[in-house]
Design a protein around this ligand. Structure first.
Ligand SMILES: Nc1nc2c(ncn2[C@@H]2O[C@H](COP(=O)(O)OP(=O)(O)OP(=O)(O)O)[C@@H](O)[C@H]2O)c(=O)[nH]1
Length: 794
């Protein structure tokens, strides 16, 4: 008989029971059939909604009306960068990518068809300011090439600035020469730093491409493809000024002046035909045109020609056929034809030409025993030259000024120690803006590069006269140096000075230490022992002392410091020259007082060996000046005025004090009246004296001038009458006063004192009634208190 199985008993305790309860709980928590992407919390829902709205908002733009019709002209891609950065190579690589053709030389604009609806015209920006200005005017896209191994150079920022002034087109950065970095870590760091700087200068998130190096003398195909794709899909918003003005980028021109006219007069007016795509708006016949670098001319006529590089047919198909990948580069010698100003050249590839290079080692030709022809030798020697004249000229440069700065021998040694092939020339400082594309409203200051390797920084600090002030991050310092056999103008921002040689990867590990060191370097000018510190001191002195004193002080410092302070000589001279000349001096000439004071300065500087003379109190000079005035030294202050200092009274005398006192209520008025009479009499006497001096004889002409003599005899009687009247008045006054004194027994003095006492007594009473400090009161004598109360109540 079959026994029934025992029913499974679920565990109530133990590990398996625990596990079971846990899984049951999870099952309960999980919602049945939850909907994908549906929100469960209201907060999350709100957040999602606001994010979606923001995204939508960001997509909205002010609509730009594109008024162009027909086939759009090719977009101009300007490739710009400092010399030898790889501009030509990039253009060649891009053209190779788009058209599968090799361009032997980049000359003039090169037009290519890059897509079904798009043509591009590549232009290499020349390395001169005029070329940059012209290119900034026409660029739809600017590819800014930067030598990554060296850092930013001034050309880049100059061009950015120019573009900003002409309406900023699309800008993309391309870093080259990155293969010079041996250390990956350092490469990564440099890339990051340059990217952030680029963002700071243009706008946050501006595109920066990296070309990691050369493969068989060309950039990597993958990198070029990426760059080309980016250019192909890029949108070029029309710039308003350009769309309303017609302009032509000339890609070919021909001189069509009749040759006979040129033969007759080489400097006759020429007729030139120019070819190019018309951009902006329509061009009218007879309109005045400006040819960049040439001048203003009137157009004789405009003709529409067949498109030399047409867009492919509009048939619906994917991509371009090879046949449709057209390009047009009339100045670059493409298609073996090169158009020049007055000629057309046919280019024959080198491998078609057989040069007879069969010379032996000694340079003698084995011509089957025959002697070599002179002409043949000349041709062969021409063939043997390694570089053409053009190349030689390009590589050479004329230096008008001595390149080496007058640095101290120590500094030069230091520079040599750290970097042998780098010679620093000078620094200039610029103020960069808050970022070139501020107008776009999207630029934000990215975090500044953190300073890194400072091995070269020390040399920078020593060799360059860098003037730093204010916010260092905004300062763009031009740093001219001799590097790689040519002059380069490095752009340095604030504390991020030289980011270093890509080869010195060993130093990278010590970054942190160097960071600290960097900061030290930034502060080098504030260190007291440095020359910069002394420079500050100089200006401090300039504020505290007048120019003449400054000269003296420096003379003393000069003596005590010997050769150390030699650098101040020029400053000293300049300060002495810059002694301020005021308007009065310019009009009336240097007054004698100044002359004397400067004489004094000279004298004292001559006697500067004696310290006693030097340490004179500050007001000494002024005192002497005053003495000079007192002794009747006229014209000391203003030549135009005559001021006799003898006439002035000496106000500090006891007598004068008394006379003043008598003029107040408390004084003796009668005395004052008497004194007045005396002074008046004196004054009249003086007048009489003046009258005596009034007549004189002109010795030159023999004429005699008589002063206005006043006949006093007639007026004597009147005088006596006046005197008696004054005496009468005085007596009257005295009588009045006596009467007043009789009425009021207190004199005025007494009344005055009386009022003072009253106010004092009030004060005392007040003090006595109030405890001074926590329960302490003033213990005053009972008599004093009585007196005080008496005063108060009377
Ligand atoms: N190692 C290395 N060399 C490069 C790189 N890019 C360019 N070069 C080399 O730099 C040299 C100059 O290249 P070009 O394309 O003539 O430079 P450029 O800017 O047109 O020079 P200019 O027209 O004289 O201003 C060439 O020998 C290139 O091979 C790079 O990324 N790495």
């Amino acid at each position: 008989m079959e026994q029934p199985h025992k029913a499974h008993r679920t565990r109530k305790s133990g590990s398996s029971a625990k596990k079971k309860s846990k899984s049951d709980k999870n099952k309960q928590d999980k919602k049945q059939n939850p909907r994908a992407f549906a929100f469960t919390s209201s907060v999350k829902a709100k957040r999602l909604q606001s994010r979606a709205v923001e995204k939508e908002q960001r997509r909205l733009h002010i609509p730009t009306i594109d008024r162009s019709y027909g086939e759009p002209p090719p977009f101009v891609v300007v490739v710009q960068g400092p010399p030898q950065v790889g501009k030509s190579l990039l253009i060649k690589s891009l053209i190779k990518h788009y058209t599968k053709h090799n361009v032997p030389e980049v000359r003039g604009p090169i037009t290519i068809v890059s897509g079904k609806q798009r043509r591009l015209q590549f232009v290499e920006c020349p390395n001169d300011i005029n070329g940059m200005i012209d290119c900034a005017k026409i660029a739809d896209l600017a590819l800014l090439l930067v030598d990554g191994s060296y850092g930013f150079e001034m050309e880049t920022f100059e061009f950015l600035n120019l573009m900003q002034n002409h309406g900023l087109p699309r800008v993309m950065g391309v870093l080259t020469h990155l293969d010079k970095f041996k250390d990956v870590k350092k490469l990564r760091k440099t890339k990051q730093r340059l990217k952030h700087r680029f963002w700071t200068e243009i706008y946050d998130g501006a595109k920066l491409f990296y070309l990691s190096g050369l493969i068989h003398g060309k950039y990597s195909k993958r990198e070029i493809r990426n760059l080309a794709r980016f250019i192909s899909v890029m949108k070029f918003p029309p710039l308003s000024w350009r769309t309303s003005h017609p302009y032509v980028l000339v890609d070919r021109f021909e001189d069509v002046t009749p040759p006979e006219r040129v033969r007759m007069n080489n400097k006759c007016d020429r007729n030139v035909t120019i070819y190019g795509y018309l951009r902006g708006c329509n061009l009218k016949k007879g309109i005045k045109v400006h040819i960049a670098g040439v001048g203003d001319y009137s157009l004789a006529g405009v003709t529409g020609l067949a498109d030399p590089c047409p867009l492919p047919s509009a048939a619906k198909k994917k991509g371009l056929r090879d046949k449709e990948k057209l390009f047009y580069a009339p100045m670059s010698g493409l298609g073996d034809l090169l158009y020049d100003k007055d000629a057309v050249y046919i280019n024959i590839n080198d491998h078609f030409v057989q040069f007879s290079k069969v010379d032996d080692e000694n340079g003698k030709t084995n011509h089957k025993g025959m002697d070599q022809d002179v002409g043949e030798t000349l041709v062969k020697s021409l063939q043997n030259t390694k570089y053409s004249i053009d190349e030689k000229l390009e590589n050479s440069f004329i230096s008008l000024f001595s390149r080496k700065p007058n640095v101290s021998s120590d500094a030069t040694n230091n520079a040599k120690d750290t970097d042998d092939d780098t010679e620093y020339i000078h620094d200039k400082q610029y103020q960069t803006g808050e970022g070139i594309a501020n107008g776009l409203g999207e630029s934000q200051r990215a975090e500044d590069m953190d300073g890194s390797e400072s091995s070269d920084e020390e040399t920078d600090a020593k060799n360059c006269e860098t003037i730093k002030s204010g916010n260092n991050e905004d300062k763009l310092v031009e740093h001219v140096e001799f590097n790689d056999g040519r002059l380069r103008r490095k752009a340095i921002f604030g504390k991020a000075v030289n980011h270093g040689d890509p080869k010195d990867s060993d130093e990278e590990d010590e970054d942190d230490e160097h960071d600290d060191h960097d900061e030290d370097n930034v502060d080098y000018q504030s260190s007291s022992g440095s020359e910069e510190g002394q420079y500050d001191e100089f200006f401090l002195c300039g504020i505290l002392f007048s120019a003449s004193e400054l000269v003296l002080i420096f003379a003393l410092v000069e003596d005590s410091m010997g050769n150390i302070s030699k650098w101040k000589e020029s400053l000293l001279g300049r300060t002495a020259l810059r002694q301020s000349m005021n308007l009065k001096q310019l009009v009336y000439g240097k007054s004698t007082s100044l002359a004397t004071s400067s004489k004094e300065v000279q004298d004292s500087s001559e006697d500067e060996e004696t310290d006693d003379d030097f340490f004179k109190p500050k007001g000494e000079g002024n005192k002497k000046l005053r003495e000079g005035m007192d002794s009747g030294n006229v014209n000391t202050d203003d030549c135009s005025k005559f001021k006799s200092y003898e006439d002035l009274k000496y106000w500090k005398g006891e007598e004068v004090y008394e006379s003043i006192r008598d003029r107040f209520v408390t004084g003796d008025w009668s005395k004052a009246a008497r004194r007045n009479q005396v002074s008046k009499a004196n004054f009249e006497d003086d007048d009489r004296d003046d009258a005596v001096y009034g007549d004189f004889e002109d010795l030159e002409t023999g004429e005699k001038h008589e002063g206005h003599r006043v006949d006093n005899s007639g007026s004597d009687a009147n005088e006596h009458e006046d005197e008696s009247a004054v005496e009468e008045r005085r007596l009257k006054k005295l009588a009045l006063r006596a009467k007043f004194d009789a009425q009021y027994p207190f004199s005025l003095d007494f009344l005055f004192l009386f009022f003072i006492y009253i106010s004092l007594a009030e004060h005392l009473l007040l003090l006595a009634s109030q405890p001074l400090i926590d329960g302490f009161s003033m213990n005053l004598d009972a008599d004093v208190m009585d007196d005080a109360s008496l005063f108060c109540f009377c």
